[in-house]
Each structure stands twice: as structure tokens, then as C-alpha cells.
Design a protein around this ligand. Sequence first.
Ligand SMILES: [Zn+2]
Length: 282
Amino acid sequence: MRSERALLIGVIFIACVAVAFFLNSAKQHRISKSAEASNTTATAPVAGSASATSASGTLASNSPGSLSGPLVSFSFDDGWQSQYDNALPILEKAGFKGTFYIISTRVGTSLHMTRSELLQMEADGNEIGDHTRTHPDLSKLTDANAEEQIAGARQDLLALGFHDISTFAYPYGGHNDSTPGLVREAGLSGARSSRIGINSDEEDPYLLLSYHLTASTTLADAEKEIDTAIAQKQWLIFEGHHINEHTDDNISSSFLAQIVAYVKEKHIRVVTVRGGLAFLKK
Ligand SMILES: [Zn+2]
């Protein structure tokens, strides 16, 4: 009798273990299915970003509307020829696309990129952005004059044949309380300011933070910013000007190449500024 009871207890125990094992394996299956689903989302092309790269790494697991991994953008201001000659080949070699903020009345003038160069860059997936007509400090202009600079430059660039002028950069980082609203009213979706920092997905799309690359920036400085973007799963926007000598507001092409190599090595998704906007909540 005692041995029958012991046998019964033993059978019940084995049955419980079997049920627990079954339930656990079913749960594991569901988890692996959902991980697979989120992976699929992460590797899908991102709206507005022809520049998504390195989708194989776990660091690239972003989904539109929020940041679940780091992003980096390379933006260049004022349309200098050195950007076409020196920055573009470095980005192209890495498979990255850049954002180029253009002063509409300076296209094709001395030391500036030509219309055909810029059109080719846009066709290749780079972003051409609005950087006003004549590069004034917008914080010091009347609203009417600021509007003419912002909306006028966008119209100029569209008239030159560019297809998508979606984002803006404030010359000298200058803006006042009404400037971001004028950018929005001009039909632009976002704007890069010169406030230093890395963007969370809560950031105001019309006051994006950036990190200015100058001759005083060291590689360690730039790598630290990239590492912070990785650790905090945030969007780092680099801002550059001349890409030739390592002086003043300019950086050398070898320095840019080192930064690009570090971003590549870390398997971070690189987006245009327009592409990055898709990851913000607002
Ligand atoms: Zn500028």
C-alpha cells in the first residue's frame, strides 16, 4: 500500500515536471518568434532613409517613432567644394549617405559645389538641405525677412531641380522664438541647431542638437560622443564645414575618415538628418 502511494506520488511528480517543461518550451518558442519579428522590423528599410546601413548588428535595432539603438548623421554646411572632393568619397567608401546644407544663392559660385554635382549627390541618396539664401543670422532678422530666407531658399533649391528639401540648418546656429515655427511653415520637417548634444527621441525636431567638428576636436572627443550615443541609444549629428586642412572651422579628410571608420567599426546605423527624423516621437 505504501509502495503504491509512493509510486502514485512519483507519477504525479513526473507529470508535473513534464507539464512545466512543456509550458517553458512553449514560452521560449514565443520569445524566439517575437525576437525574430522585431529583428525583421529592425532590418526593414526605414522610411525616408535611403542610408540605413549595417542592419545586421544588434545596435541597429531601431523602429520608426522611437530610438532603440544609436544613430549617427554626417552633416556638412555651406556647400563647400571640399565636401564634394574630400568628404563624399569617404562616405561613399563606407556606404554612408550625408546631409549637405546649401546656401541657395551660392550654388556653383567660387569654392562651392555646382548644381550638377549636388544633383548627382541627391540622386545617389544623399540629402540636400536648406541653409537659407544668403546665410544671415536669423535671430536678428524680422520674421518676414527670416521667412524669405528660409522658405525662399527652399523654393530656390526646388527650382534648381532638387526633389526633396526636407530639413534646415540655422546659419551660425542663430534662431529666436519664432524661427522654428517659420521653418515648419516653409514646409520643412526638421532643423539642426548648433546647440551641442546628442538627440533623444523626445527631441524637438526643429531644434536638433549637433556636435560641431573643428580643428580642436580630437579623435578621442569624437569617439567619446559616438560611445555616448551607443550607450544612451541616441542620435548623434556631426556638423562639418571645410574638409581639407585641419585648421579653424575645418577638419582634414584623414580625420573625417577616422571618424567614419570608427562608426563603421561600431556597426551603427547611419542616416541622413531627414532619415533620422523618422525615429523621433514628435
Ligand atoms: Zn553655415
